[in-house]
Design a protein around this ligand. Structure first.
Ligand code: ADP
Ligand code: MG
Length: 257
C-alpha cells in the first residue's frame, strides 16, 4: 500500500510561517476531507505537498512510498504517483486535452521504466474513451485545447480526467474558495466517487461543508491556524454542519476565544 505521511510539517512564505506542525496520513484506498475556515493554510498544504517553489519548508517531512520527497521537484513527485489538481489551471493553447494527457502518461511510464517507449496510440485512445465514459464526458472534449475558453466546470472536468488517466496513487484536490458554482462541486464529487478504488487515496480540500453531501469521506480533518485541530470519521462533518467551527476554535485556542 502506498501512503503519504506528513510529519510535523512547518512551511511558509517570505519568513511568515503558515503551516505550524501538520500531521496527516493518507493511504491508498482512503478518502480524506480536509476542511477549515478560509486562510488557515489548506491550499498552502496542497502546494507544499506538490513542491511549489514559492513555499519554504522549515521543519518536518513528507514521506511518500517510504521516501522523503521534500527534495523532489513537482514533476518528479507527479511521476512517482502524486497528483495535485490546481485551483486555477492554466490554458495551453495549441495542445489538446488528449495530447497533454498522453505526454503526461508517458512521463509517468518512463519514471517506472526508463526503457518504456510510451503508450501505443490505440491503447491510449481506448483507455481515454473508457475513462471519459466512466466520467460521463463527451468524447469531443479530448480534442479541445487544454483549458482554452473552458468554463469553470470544464476546467474541473479536465482535472478529473487527468486524475482518471494518470492513475495516481494519491490525489490532492483543492477546491476553490471563491464561490465557484455547485456544478463544479458536483463534477469533482462525481469524479471522485467514480474513481474511488483500493488503488487511489484522495485528500479533498474544501471549505464548503456541502461537498460532504456528495462525497462520503472515510476521514475528516479540520485545519485551524496551520494545524490539524481535529480528526474524525464522517460524523465530524455532521458536527461541523450543525455547529460550524466556533466550538473547535474555543477548544483549540481557549485564550483567544
Ligand atoms: N503567496 C502568499 N503570500 C503571502 N501570504 C500568503 C500567500 N498565500 C497564502 N498566504 C497566507 O497564508 C495563509 C493561508 O492561506 P491559504 O493556504 O490559502 O489558506 P486556505 O486555503 O485555508 O484558505 C493566509 O493568511 C494567506 O494570507
Ligand atoms: Mg484555499
Amino acid at each position: 500500500m502506498s501512503e503519504i505521511v506528513i510529519n510535523n510539517l512547518h512551511a511558509g512564505i517570505d519568513g511568515n510561517e503558515i503551516l505550524k506542525g501538520v500531521n496527516l496520513e493518507v493511504e491508498q484506498g482512503e478518502v480524506h476531507a480536509l476542511m477549515g475556515p478560509n486562510g488557515t493554510g489548506k491550499s498552502t498544504l496542497a502546494y507544499v505537498l506538490m513542491g511549489h517553489p514559492k513555499y519554504e519548508v522549515t521543519d518536518g517531512e513528507i514521506i511518500f512510498k517510504g521516501e522523503n520527497i521534500l527534495e523532489l521537484e513537482p514533476d518528479e513527485r507527479a511521476r512517482i504517483g502524486l497528483f495535485l489538481a490546481f485551483q486555477y489551471p492554466v490554458a495551453i493553447p495549441g495542445v489538446s486535452v488528449a495530447n497533454f494527457l498522453r505526454t503526461a502518461i508517458n512521463a509517468r511510464r518512463k519514471a517506472d521504466n526508463p526503457a518504456d517507449k510510451g503508450i501505443p496510440i490505440p491503447e491510449f485512445r481506448k483507455m481515454l474513451k473508457e475513462k471519459m465514459d466512466l466520467l460521463k464526458m463527451d468524447h469531443a472534449f479530448a480534442g479541445r485545447y487544454l483549458n482554452e475558453g473552458f468554463s469553470g466546470g470544464e476546467k474541473k472536468r479536465a482535472e478529473i480526467l487527468q486524475m482518471a488517466t494518470l492513475q495516481p496513487e494519491i490525489a490532492i484536490l483543492d477546491e476553490t474558495d471563491s464561490g465557484l458554482d455547485i456544478d463544479a462541486l458536483r463534477i469533482v464529487s462525481d469524479g471522485v466517487n467514480a474513481l474511488r478504488s483500493e488503488d487511489l487515496g484522495v485528500l479533498v480540500i474544501t471549505h464548503y461543508q456541502r461537498i460532504l453531501n456528495y462525497i462520503k469521506p472515510d476521514f475528516v480533518h479540520i485545519m485551524l491556524d496551520g494545524r490539524i485541530a481535529e480528526s474524525g470519521g464522517p460524523e465530524l462533518a455532521l458536527t461541523l454542519e450543525e455547529q460550524g467551527y466556533d466550538w473547535l476554535r474555543e477548544k483549540f485556542n481557549p485564550v483567544s476565544a
